[in-house]
Design a protein around this ligand. Structure first.
Ligand SMILES: [Zn+2]
Length: 210
């Protein structure tokens, strides 16, 4: 594979982006980033930018695309990202892409799953209130079951049917047009996201070689 590989990993909620980006990180020896984690890390450093992000989040508003891009730019300048990287779920709209001016992806990998599969995976999701571990009703768990840590499993507000449908619609409205834009540049590899985690991983690796 030609280096550096700068991979944007996109797909609807429940498509397994997080899992696949971790697998790519191990396979390709390049770091994987999600914007949520980068912002949390920046807050932890206590930098001026981190304080600004913290204040915005505590006020219950969203970090601007410009601020997010600033954090990303600084992270991509570090030495471990010079042979490439995986961006998990970012940019996911034209507005975010417009702020992402300091680098260009070499590949845009889109993990596709049918809407009902997305709904099934997400609507079965149970989260431990105490430690945040994620379980699924598809594995025989149910709300109020006890987690290993002693906490209780519950359906998060984000994981109600209405909230999931809203997020899937935002993906169609905001992310699909961006994917079409990258497609016109020949960057897009669409991957069937139904099946075993390892099989999907192999599909992605094969698509990156093509
Ligand atoms: Zn727990």
């Amino acid at each position: 594979m030609n280096k550096p590989l700068k991979i944007l990993l996109l797909g609807p909620q429940g498509s397994g982006k997080g899992t696949q980006s971790k697998l790519l990180e191990e396979e390709l020896h390049i770091p994987a980033f999600s914007m949520g984690q980068l912002l949390r890390d920046e807050v932890t450093t206590g930098s001026d930018l981190g304080k600004e992000i913290d204040a915005v989040q505590k006020a219950g508003t969203l970090t601007t695309d410009i601020t997010a891009a600033k954090v990303l730019k600084a992270r991509l300048e570090k030495s471990d990202a010079q042979n490439g990287y995986v961006l998990d779920g970012y940019p996911r709209s034209f507005d975010q892409a417009k702020a992402f001016t300091f680098d260009k992806p070499t590949h845009v990998v889109v993990i596709e799953i049918p809407k009902d599969e997305s709904m099934r995976r997400l609507s079965g999701r149970l989260t431990c209130f105490k430690c945040g571990r994620v379980y699924s009703t598809n594995d025989g768990h149910k709300a109020d079951d006890a987690c290993e840590c002693g906490g209780k499993m519950e359906v998060r507000k984000d994981d109600t049917k209405e909230a999931i449908e809203r997020r899937l619609q935002i993906y169609l409205d905001e992310t699909e047009p961006l994917i079409a834009h990258y497609g016109s540049q020949g960057l897009v590899r669409r991957i069937d996201g139904v099946g075993a985690v390892e099989d999907i991983h192999l599909r992605i690796v094969k698509a990156l070689e093509a």
